[in-house]
Design a protein around this ligand. Sequence first.
Ligand SMILES: Cc1ncc(COP(=O)(O)O)c(C=O)c1O
Length: 279
Amino acid sequence: MSLVYLNGEFKPIEEASVNVLDRGFIFGDGIYEVIPVFNRKIFRFDEHMRRLETSLNKIYMKSPVSSKELFSIFEQLINSMEEYDQSIYLHITRGVSDRDHDISIANEPTVFAMSRPIRKNNLYLGVKAITHDDIRWQYCDIKATTLLSSVLLRHKAKEEGSREAILVRDGFVTEGAASNIFIHLDDKIYTPPKTNHVLPGITRDLLIEILLDYKIPLKEEAISVDMLSSASEIWLTSSTWEIVPVVELNGNLVGEGNPGPLWKEVNILYQEFKRNYCN
Ligand SMILES: Cc1ncc(COP(=O)(O)O)c(C=O)c1O
């Protein structure tokens, strides 16, 4: 039977519940991680743990569980499921307190984790995207549970028959509502540099490592809206999506309107890396 973890206990999801005064529920006062599992092996665990630590520090929290404990919790969740490819969701809030913004009154964080199967849904065939103003806050480098703006952005994309909203701040692309972005333009790959307007994606970093290893020209440089609309390929990255080509942007074809040749090449390299890592 598949189990979830909540504050020290493993149980069926129907039996897991939190106090309504949990600050995660009241304020969205918490952070999270999504960690992929391929062939039942946790992918890039250390990198996810480093980002978790950074997110916690940035919201003035210390990790209530060590990485070693988390690894063991994740292993138990994975083992309670049949699927080979899963995605672990870890959610840490500041815990229960009186409804008061003051963070010093909360001292017992809530830790919740579950694992779910990864379903690919033909994403490798390419997706449609729209551009939209980046309506989010200034701390997008924190993987915060406060995701209302991203939920609305994904809804706006869906209303236009698209899967993702590519976000634009002051004329420059930041990232997708739940993904990082790469474009191919004039024989180079571009991705926006890490700033407070971009989540430091684990998949983004791995793709950069792969591009550099294979000497594929890469620039971590701001991408203007003009560059985006002239790109011959656009890719979105995330732990569960991996590398997904965008084939249509705001109703216009990207390149030939199919996954591009460079995406095919790079995706093979990425899949190879994954296979070796998760063997
Ligand atoms: C806003 C945002 N950017 C980027 C990403 C990709 O990050 P990762 O590759 O670590 O999954 C995500 C993932 O959910 C995200 O929500």
